[in-house]
Design a protein around this ligand. Structure first.
Ligand code: UD1
Ligand code: MG
Length: 448
């Protein structure tokens, strides 16, 4: 059966105090609405409808990679009105799941379970008991059965004592929605068309409202302000940390790791404090990531050690390498097995060969450094003439003396030796010694 998923995202989110629409604010580096879409996407035979209003153009632009049907709600007249805008796009006889774009962490299995409760005479509602239910719609039950939702502003003192609240997430048949939504009235405390009023309609027509509760209240937590965003972020990061530990990684402190993307770890990895992982990061077995490192869209193979305060971006590190401390691997860096990048070294779009060492204070860009090459401290590949980038090739076994400038395009042959302080502008053949610097002049008994 077809499932229509309607995600409400037209509200302004005034309390975020932001120029950006609320649903584009992030949890774990990803816009909240994208979390919702990603979970919804896993439901088979489904179509996603996103109701947009405030900041619609920004929201559409941010989600242009997704196949989503955007429905515009030009005036925000309430949640019932919002769903009604999507009604013409829904498939006749489908099951409809209603989600909020600012409730980012509801997992797909909760959605699936709710959809399975939708029949010709039943619907599904996700509720939760809160210690402080202030502001939420209250779940009214009679002899255990859900008979209505009363919004906080419309509730009597007695009803405000109810701690079971409406998360807003529900599943219901298209035919019921088509029947009930046009009959909603805005005669209430907020003069809005409340989606929640369909619950009393269901009850009066003997359509059972099946209530279910999430495993954690954070799974249905909405974000209305920056404080709630930060709280949910920390909770979610803790879950990701727990999952990594369950998979066998050691975290020096599960409260001091941040994952904004997907991190996978092999066996026996050690991740120190204040580490940030962005995009897709894969660590092999026995990888160590030192304190204060940032790893983004990269792979680090078995046995490699990333020393503290290093940054690795769109790069690959093969087995048994050492990087850092204080190294920066920029996009396109590939380290072969056992390569060593030391402190204050920057690399970009370069291959560093097997067992090669670039230990101190060096820039290697647009270069191929062969196996077992030793690059001395302070060496620079001069790859840019202000207009174009040029390549430097260093053959295996070569020794580059300290403080050498390799002015690209240039190549240094295998096993060649470059004297310290050289400025190399011409190719050096295999096995040669090349020195390119002012000769030392010493005058004895010199007087000032
Ligand atoms: C709503 C529920 C309340 C529930 C609470 C849970 C109603 C009437 N009330 O209240 O029972 O406890 O959520 O957080 O449904 N939106 C639109 N268009 C609109 C109005 C809202 O797209 O015209 C979207 C908002 O962007 C938001 C969601 O719907 O994502 C909920 O709207 P909001 O105004 O936050 O509803 P609440 O008053 O919090
Ligand atoms: Mg709300």
């Amino acid at each position: 059966m077809i499932t229509d998923i309607v995600i409400l995202a037209a509200g302004q989110g005034t309390r975020m105090r932001s120029a950006k629409p609320k649903v584009l604010h992030t949890i774990a580096g990803k816009p909240m609405v994208e979390h919702v879409i990603n979970q919804a996407q896993s439901i088979p035979d489904s179509r996603i409808h996103l109701v947009v209003g405030h900041g619609a153009e920004q929201v559409k632009a941010a989600l242009s990679d997704y196949s989503v049907n955007f429905v515009t709600q030009s005036e925000q007249l309430g949640t019932g009105h919002a769903v009604a805008q999507a009604l013409p796009s829904l498939t006749e006889g489908s099951r409809v799941l209603i989600l909020y774009g600012d409730v980012p962490l509801t997992p797909a299995d909760v959605m699936t379970a709710m959809l399975s409760q939708v029949t010709a005479n039943s619907m599904s509602l996700l509720t939760v008991e809160l210690a402080n239910p202030q502001g939420y719609g209250r779940i009214v039950r009679q002899s255990g059965a859900i008979t209505a939702i009363v919004e906080h502003k419309d509730a009597s003192d007695d009803q405000r004592q109810i701690r079971e609240i409406n998360t807003g997430i529900m599943a219901v048949s298209q035919s019921h929605l088509a029947k009930w939504l046009p009959t909603l009235s805005s005669d209430n405390a907020q003069s809005e068309y409340y989606l929640t009023d369909i619950i009393a309609m269901a009850a009066s027509e003997q359509v059972a409202v099946v209530g279910s509760q999430p495993a954690f209240e954070q799974l249905v937590q909405g974000v209305n302000n920056r404080q709630q965003q930060a709280e949910l972020e920390r909770w979610y990061q803790r879950q990701l940390a727990e999952q990594l530990m369950a998979e066998g990684a050691t975290l020096a402190d599960p409260a001091r790791i941040d994952i904004r993307g997907e991190l996978s770890t092999g066996s026996d990895c050690f991740i120190d404090i204040n580490t940030l992982f962005e995009g897709k990061v894969e660590l092999g077995n026995n990888v160590t990531v030192g304190a204060n490192c940032i790893l983004k869209n990269c792979t680090v193979a078995d046995g490699s050690v990333i020393e503290p305060n290093s940054i690795i971006d769109q790069s690959t590190v093969a087995e048994n390498c050492t990087v850092g401390p204080y190294a920066r691997l920029r996009p396109g860096t590939e380290l072969a097995i056992g390569a060593k990048i030391g402190n204050f070294v920057e690399t970009k779009k370069s291959l560093i060969g097997e067992g090669a060492k670039v230990n101190h204070l060096t820039y290697i860009g647009d270069a191929e450094i062969g196996a077992k090459v030793n690059v001395g401290a302070g060496t620079i590949t001069c790859n840019y003439d202000g207009v174009n980038k040029f390549k430097t090739v260093v053959g295996s076994g070569a020794f580059i003396g300290s403080n050498t400038s390799l002015v690209a395009p240039v190549s240094v042959g295998e096993n060649a030796v470059i004297g310290a302080g050289s400025t190399i502008t011409k190719d050096v053949e295999d096995n040669a010694l090349s020195v390119a610097r002012g000769r030392q002049l010493t005058k004895s008994n010199w007087k000032k």
